[in-house]
Design a protein around this ligand. Structure first.
Ligand SMILES: C[S@@+](CC[C@H](N)C(=O)[O-])C[C@H]1O[C@@H](n2cnc3c(N)ncnc32)[C@H](O)[C@@H]1O
Length: 268
């Protein structure tokens, strides 16, 4: 099944984007000189960035597998990124061939690649900006694929650290958790400032200074607060390489991830 939404905006090869820099970390080919320059600057202070990016991807896929295995058959992948293999749809379908998956992103390169993949069938992609959650929730394609009256997994990994406080990451999460049915899941990950050398944080923030979005590091308690009103699955919010209870590896920069379920007695 393949659905297409509105056209992508023009893109600028001279300005690094989070999606293309991430693609560079993961060894992909869908990045330009400006993205590689930003990525190299990150490597100067954090050479382990590719390993952390792979650990984050792996966390996303484990969260999808776990939630689909519990019976959830709809997945919303916010900030889906440039396709990797395996992707969210492939992992979800391996757990349930009838699962419905929709990816959302605002990066034209992501949209172009994901539309090509989606045309092969199995999932849908819509252009959307998570800073405008109500527009995503009202999108006709979104509503054709996803039935919010039934449980859904909302996946939002490595996205909210590109959203400054002034643009309301809490408001974004809240819009989706309020809209989703009881027994739905939220899985998210974000880079943390906790236990991290401020000089390394400053170096990474500098690398993203001229990108389309800044890199925002938040304390672990702040990231945990995004799960307010939901029931965190064990082990709670943890380093992505360690979730769920795996023996991970330490890195000087940390991405924290968690998965939580919306209870029937949800109180926002
Ligand atoms: C670091 S990549 C993460 C990709 C994937 N979620 C993962 O965890 O592997 C961040 C993604 O979020 C997307 N993104 C960033 N800001 C966004 C926004 N305001 N609206 C929609 N997508 C956004 C980027 O385009 C990019 O594809």
């Amino acid at each position: 099944m393949c659905y297409h939404s509105s056209s992508a905006p023009a893109f600028d090869v001279n300005t690094a984007t989070p999606a293309r820099v991430y693609d560079f970390y993961l060894g992909g080919k869908d990045n330009f000189a400006a993205d590689r320059e930003a990525g190299e600057k990150v490597f100067d202070v954090f050479p382990d960035a590719p390993r952390l990016a792979r650990a984050n991807r792996s966390f996303s896929l484990r969260a999808v597998q776990q939630c689909v295995n519990t019976g959830v058959d709809q997945v919303v992948d916010l900030g889906t990124g440039i396709p990797t293999s395996p992707n969210v749809a492939e992992v979800a379908r391996a757990a349930n061939p009838d699962v419905r998956v929709i990816g959302v992103d605002n990066d034209p390169v992501v949209l172009s690649h994901q539309r090509a993949e989606a045309s092969l069938g199995g999932y849908a992609i819509v252009q959307g900006d998570v800073r405008r959650p109500w527009a995503i929730l009202a999108d006709p394609v979104f509503n054709h694929v996803i039935d919010l009256s039934r449980p859904v997994l909302v996946l939002c990994t490595a996205v909210l650290h590109f959203i400054p406080d002034a643009e309301g990451p809490e408001r974004i999460i809240r819009a989706f958790t309020d809209a989703m049915a009881a027994r739905s899941f939220l899985a998210l990950s974000a880079v943390t400032s906790s236990d991290t050398d401020p000089a390394v944080i400053a170096g990474i923030q500098d690398a993203y200074r001229n990108a389309t979005a800044p890199a925002i590091f938040r304390p672990a308690e702040h990231i945990t607060s995004w799960f307010h009103g939901l029931e965190l699955l064990r082990p709670g919010v943890a380093d992505v390489s360690q979730w769920p209870g795996r023996i991970g590896f330490p890195t000087t920069v940390r991405i924290l991830g968690g998965v939580a379920r919306k209870p029937s007695a949800y109180q926002p």
